[in-house]
Design a protein around this ligand. Structure first.
Ligand code: FAD
Length: 296
């Protein structure tokens, strides 16, 4: 058994104070690595509740998640959350990775299923000897030690789920299995987030659900990504951004303004905080903070 420490992240997020958190991904090369640590240094003074590092679909970046989260734990004041997915791993391998996280001082884990190698919309086949759903990984991490566990949530529904209600049931099952907080996929309508929260609350579960924020800095790229993960960009937002087509600076400024408006609507409506998909850069998040009057 491994042991964790400190207050549960669920308690911290749920205690009424706004939570800010930042997500990073393991870079592929030295230049990306330098950019990541620059972003971490620029965002650290804002004292986020946690920072999370994603787990790659396969290959060498997977080890980097262990290395980066361990280094964050050792060398910064930040609380790292390491992502882990069921893709391509047996149960024993997953247990080994959980132990490695704990040995490097990382006791917070995002327990995810992950996507099939052919992309988020391809059919899911579990690895032989591995786990089928994220809830199984929540259970594995709980049984292995004192891990504090986060899970994924989908305001517009997971692309392969049968209904929004079925999706809410999955989130409820993950909470009942021991997940303490959830982070959502990116979305652009606050109403979708609040409806998800309501579906979960109606089922008697009060797990904090952090909205995931991704500003639109490039409309075509976000639309492509959105089609894969089941997030739509509302027509009103497309119109606002398209009005500046051909002027990347203005597109960017409008994207930041739209994201800040969404953040305000979410916080005003009772969201426990905001989770920023930083893409390993600090600039856009800091521009949103400026608009929200969040200061060091
Ligand atoms: P699950 O909860 O297992 O759900 C997957 C699908 O199975 C859903 O359609 C669900 O409805 C269905 N399902 C679940 N349980 C059951 C059940 N018991 N019976 C029947 N159906 C069920 N991917 C990565 O590769 N690396 C990352 O680091 C990563 N980080 C992410 C962080 C966040 C905040 C989010 C929102 C997503 C992240 N993803 C990441 C993507 C994620 O792995 C995919 O969206 C994946 O398709 C679903 O993962 P899940 O954990 O929600 O899986």
């Amino acid at each position: 058994m491994v042991t964790g420490r400190g207050r549960s992240l669920g308690e911290v997020i749920g205690d009424g104070q706004r939570s800010f958190s930042f997500e990073f991904f393991p870079p592929k090369d030295g230049a990306g690595e330098a950019q990541l640590w620059q972003a971490i240094a620029a965002l650290e003074p804002y004292q986020p509740t946690f920072v999370s590092v994603t787990y790659g679909a396969g290959g060498a970046t997977r080890d980097k998640t262990v290395g980066i989260t361990g280094r964050i734990a050792r060398e910064t004041s930040l609380l790292p959350v390491a992502h882990l997915t069921c893709v391509g791993h047996t149960r024993e391998e997953l247990t080994g990775i959980l132990d490695t996280y704990a040995a490097s001082g990382v006791f917070h884990v995002m327990a995810l299923r992950g996507d099939p190698a052919d992309g988020p919309r391809a059919a899911w086949t579990p690895t032989p000897g591995g786990l089928e759903h994220a809830v199984d990984l929540v259970e594995l991490a709980r049984a292995r030690g004192d891990f504090r566990i986060g899970v994924a949530a989908f305001p517009e529904g997971h692309p392969s789920s049968t209904s929004l209600d079925a999706d809410a049931e999955v989130l409820v099952a993950k909470a009942r299995a021991g997940a303490e907080f959830a982070v959502t996929q990116m979305f652009f309508r606050a109403a979708d987030y609040f409806a998800l929260v309501e579906r979960v609350r109606e089922r008697g579960v009060d797990i904090p659900i952090l909205p995931g924020i991704m500003p639109i800095l490039n409309l075509a790229a976000i639309r492509r990504q959105g089609e894969l993960i089941g997030t739509s960009v509302p027509a009103a937002i497309v119109d606002r951004i398209s009005a500046f087509e051909g002027d990347p600076e203005k597109v960017r400024a409008e994207g930041i303004a739209i994201a800040a408006e969404l953040c305000e609507e979410l916080l005003d409506g009772g969201a426990p905080g905001l989770h920023f998909y930083t893409l390993n850069r600090s600039k856009a998040t800091l521009e949103i903070f400026e608009r929200l009057n969040v200061r060091v």
